[in-house]
Design a binder for this molecule. Structure first.
Ligand code: ATP
Ligand code: MG
Length: 403
């Protein structure tokens, strides 16, 4: 078995080995390569101590990312690579971080501290695959995510692994090893030790998986989203919608939270410490989840939406409503959205062929009346009663300046 290694990573491994150290590619890049995907980053582990890594590659080429934990980021060929000294961890008194790490000489000891067998493989050209826990077979033959060692202990050490289990299962579309899944559910309260930011990061990645619903175990989701009922039919319906949506975490999060209603959504998002922009987007989606006006032309409905919302939000909203209702009308609206954007159709006051100055020239006093009239003119344009044409708009405004 040979892995086509990224040239920068290969050069670093080679340099470490020539200097007399052990060095391997490790973790996600080995897993992804075995699964036939191109890895997005290439992590390296080595017997060299952080100081030796800094000396070998020169401080200028290195960023001391986490020296106490053994990680140095090395620049090579325009890319960045994390080079981490083999280590074991001990004492997890906060349920998330090791109390101390010890550097060790053997890659197998380092692999044993990793979470799942599919993430606990190392590789280099000379020695091939180092796979002490059967990660390759789990990935390619048994199609399983399985904890390295005793699952309950591993989740006790670090509660984040509970969510990582769901994430890797969903991302790789692998079954959960039954004993590992049972332990994750039993130990779910350990997630309380994990920071909101890390939970949100993992949930975001989970929601970006192809069809994550099967891995969104109700007990675990209920633990990270207190107040959301994850046991009833509404949750099962949200899961169906999530799988029907494209892998867009924000649209899927809106689907997940919609049954809680707009008010509770704000509180749940604050708890997850989502960014202001993400919070606004998800809240808007949940608030706008009402029925589409019946009988209205898709083009007009979408233009009214574009008058209030950003194009990306409208696109998400239409995908969400389509997945929730299964109604073809929403895909007609998505097509109308593309067409409207393509032709740069006027949907906002600032796209009108007239502006506030034109109104004042017509004798409208400065103040709220200007905004009201422009909004009314926009409505006329969207309803296709008048074209977005200066002369036509001025004519209409002259007749209607008192509304
Ligand atoms: P991705 O493609 O999502 O980045 P990855 O496998 O690289 O997948 P990371 O979160 O980047 O995942 O972690 C890199 C490696 O570090 C993992 O493959 C795993 O071996 C180890 N690891 C990361 N987090 C943990 C953890 N909480 N507990 C144990 N091992 C971990
Ligand atoms: Mg990674």
């Amino acid at each position: 078995m040979t892995i086509a290694i990224d040239p920068g990573a290969a050069a670093l491994v080679e340099a470490l080995r020539r200097a007399g150290h052990k060095a391997y590619l490790v973790g996600g890049c080995v897993r992804d390569s075995l699964a036939g995907r191109v890895p997005h980053d290439w992590d390296i582990c080595t017997s060299a101590l952080p100081r030796q890594v800094l000396d070998l590659f020169g401080e200028k080429q290195c960023i001391p990312t986490g020296l106490q934990h053994g990680t140095v980021t090395v620049k090579q060929g325009g890319n960045l690579y994390e080079v981490t000294t083999f280590r074991v961890e001990g004492g997890y008194s906060d349920g998330r971080h090791p109390d101390h790490v010890d550097f060790v000489a053997d890659v197998r000891e380092d692999l044993a501290r990793r979470d799942f067998t599919i993430n606990a493989m190392a590789y280099n050209r000379e020695e091939g695959l180092i796979d002490p826990f059967g990660g390759r077979e789990d990935l390619l033959v048994r199609h399983l995510v399985r904890a390295v060692g005793d699952p309950a202990r591993r989740f006790e050490e670090d509660g984040l692994r509970i969510l990582r289990l769901c994430r890797f299962g969903a991302k790789e579309e692998l079954e959960l090893d039954p004993a590992t899944a049972r332990a994750a559910v039993a130990e779910r309260s350990r997630l309380a030790c994990v920071s909101a930011e890390r939970i949100w990061q993992e949930l975001y990645k989970l929601l970006a998986a192809p069809r994550p619903a099967r891995w969104m175990l109700p007990e675990i989701m209920g633990q990270i989203l207190p107040g959301l009922d994850c046991t009833g039919p509404a949750y099962r319906d949200s899961l169906r919608v999530i799988d029907a949506l494209p892998p867009d975490p924000l649209a899927r999060l809106a689907a997940l939270l919609a049954p809680a209603g707009p008010k509770a959504v704000g509180a749940l998002l604050a708890r997850l410490k989502c960014s202001g922009a993400q919070t606004k987007e998800v809240k808007t989606l949940v608030e706008e989840c009402g029925p589409a006006p019946d009988g209205a032309s898709p083009r007009r409905v979408v233009r009214h939406l574009l008058a209030r919302l950003e194009p990306d939000t409208v696109r998400r909203l239409l995908a969400l409503r389509q997945a929730q209702t299964g109604r073809a009308g929403f895909s007609a609206m998505a097509q109308a959205l593309d067409a409207l954007l393509e032709e740069n159709a006027c949907c906002r006051v600032n796209q009108l062929a007239v502006n506030g100055r034109d109104l004042m020239a017509l004798g409208v006093p400065p103040g709220p009346a200007v905004g009201r009239l422009l909004a009314a003119a926009l409505d006329q344009v969207i309803e296709e009663n008048i074209p977005n044409d200066r002369a036509a708009l001025l004519g209409w405004l002259k007749e209607n300046r008192t509304i």
